[in-house]
Design a protein around this ligand. Structure first.
Ligand SMILES: [Zn+2]
Ligand SMILES: [Zn+2]
Length: 126
């Protein structure tokens, strides 16, 4: 989807797709169309489906030497991003015997984060 992000709601530099969730990362984010069928750049190995939530991040993938032309915008599921950032503290990461990959492990991190939030009196991320 290089250069073909459909903006639904203009906001800041952060781009999200799907229903925004309770994270500062979503505050003022630019909401774009869900990139159905694009491969998630997280560790799940799955493509993006309608109803998923996540981020669109820029990757430098071309070879023109001009970053503004080489940039490709690629999706990552919100839970896969959460696993990348917080998985280690729950033992769900590359340090674990099973590598912590897969969508189920990403969803486990989300569930564990939501458990912590509940214990702190906060609602779920989503
Ligand atoms: Zn994913
Ligand atoms: Zn780790």
């Amino acid at each position: 989807m290089a250069g073909s992000v459909e903006v639904l709601l203009h906001g800041g530099m952060v781009m999200v797709f799907g229903q925004p969730w309770d994270s500062p990362a979503c505050d003022g984010a630019t909401v774009v169309a869900t990139p159905v069928g694009e491969l998630c750049t997280g560790l799940c190995g799955e493509t993006i489906s309608d109803g998923d939530r996540g981020f669109i991040r820029p990757h430098i993938g071309g070879d023109t030497g001009r970053p503004e032309e080489d940039v490709e915008f690629k999706p990552i599921h919100a839970e896969c991003d959460l696993r990348n950032v917080l998985g280690h503290q729950f033992g769900i990461c590359g340090c674990a015997a099973d590598g912590g990959a897969g969508r189920d492990n990403a969803r486990r991190v989300l569930a564990l984060v939501n458990e912590q939030r509940e214990a702190q009196g906060a609602g779920p991320l989503w």
